[in-house]
Design a protein around this ligand. Structure first.
Ligand SMILES: [Zn+2]
Ligand SMILES: [Zn+2]
Length: 370
């Protein structure tokens, strides 16, 4: 039976004066809805997928659209219209969604497995010094029972009789312009080229089962939350012998109770009392590995930065360590007992007005946050 082609505007469900953006939107929605990967074996959806692709390929091209508006489908038979096959529909889809947008669709042969992404929780110290860790990856693994073939033990996956192992079927269809050949993914083997007569009872013919794989990983010293490690071939197994995807590991770093990371440096707010700031003191401060004694000179100003060289975070590649920057915070007392109050009053009487703020005060603070 000859099929009459539907109007392209009707196919996309848009008005005849639809803008390029409206066409795009309509195509995006419909192509996703009818993509064969989402409608395994559904012949009607396959046809709709191709129809939508064809309509969009014509209407999104101003010249072709103009010709279609003037001549309708009769314009199709003009020289550079070309035949629009299932392959064209897939190519258009891949182009529209940017290559792998369809989830790495391939025609012929088993589909590859999906990539996985995991976030691993680590301590602040582990992010600075690195560590080894054993993680558990929940994923689809190859079915051991059938070695991933999907065929029951004793039976074998055989070449698909419908497509002869190519994963594609070519169908001659009659249209009002004569005979056309459609190439589409073989509905029997879903484009894999092989079929399983007796499905493996363990994996129901899928060739893969849920597994929890343990994996030893190395947390690199100096790692930050924007670092992602790639473990090739540690993602999900593909169905029926498809290659494994990759595993991507990122890190969630627990905050430190006293230290904040800024690039390769660690910032520490150093609380100092007024007498300590005035008279100077030897103060023990926490570092990422232990403690460190610093010498606070007499007359230390609020906001001054005391550097502990080489006690920061190593660069993840070069290994060069940053510094720990201790930013002096002079804690002015808010509650005084009578004795303290008396002492401050005496001080006030003798000292009078404060000295002028030292030049470079703002520079010193800015330096701490570079
Ligand atoms: Zn087939
Ligand atoms: Zn199996």
């Amino acid at each position: 039976m000859a099929t009459v082609k539907r109007d392209y505007y009707e196919v996309l469900g848009v008005e005849r004066n639809a803008s390029g953006d409206e066409l795009k939107k309509a195509y995006r929605r419909l192509a996703m809805e009818f993509h064969p990967d989402r409608n395994q074996g559904d012949k009607a959806a396959e046809d709709r997928f191709k129809e939508v692709g064809e309509a969009y390929s014509v209407l999104s091209d101003p010249q072709k659209r103009q010709r279609y508006d003037s001549f309708g489908h009769a314009g199709d038979s003009m020289p550079d219209f070309g035949g629009f096959s299932f392959d064209s529909a897939f190519d258009l889809f891949d182009m529209f969604f940017g290559g792998g947008g369809g989830g790495g669709r391939r025609r012929g042969g088993p589909q590859p497995g999906a990539d996985l992404r995991m976030n691993v929780d680590i301590t602040f110290e582990e992010s600075v010094f690195g560590a080894g860790r054993t993680i558990e990856v929940p994923r689809k693994g190859m079915c051991a029972e059938c070695s991933g073939s999907g065929a029951a033990p004793g039976s074998q996956a055989v070449q698909c009789p419908d497509c002869g192992g190519t994963g594609q079927v070519r169908r001659a269809v009659q249209s009002i312009f004569g005979q056309m050949v459609n190439v589409s993914a073989c509905p029997r083997c879903h484009g894999e080229g092989r079929t399983v007569a007796q499905p493996c009872p363990t994996c129901h013919g899928q060739g893969r089962v849920d597994e929890r794989q343990t994996l030893d990983i190395t947390i690199p010293a100096g790692v930050d939350e924007d670092v992602t490690l790639r473990y090739g071939g540690q993602g999900e197994a593909g169905p029926r012998g498809g290659t494994r995807g990759d595993l991507y590991v990122g890190f969630r770093i627990a905050p430190h109770p006293h230290l904040v990371r800024r690039g390769q440096d660690l910032l520490y707010e150093l609380p100092v009392s007024v007498p300590q700031a005035v008279l100077g003191d030897r103060i023990t401060v926490p570092t990422v590995s232990s403690e460190h004694q610093i010498e606070l000179p007499p007359g230390t100003q609020h906001g001054r930065v005391v550097k502990i060289a080489g006690m920061g975070v190593p660069h993840v590649r070069s290994g060069r360590r940053g510094d720990q920057l201790c930013i002096v915070h002079v804690a002015v007392p808010t509650h005084l007992n009578a004795g303290q109050r008396h002492l401050y009053e005496q001080l006030g009487e003798r000292e009078g007005k404060p000295a002028e703020v030292k030049k470079g005060f703002f520079d010193s603070i800015r330096g701490a946050f570079r």
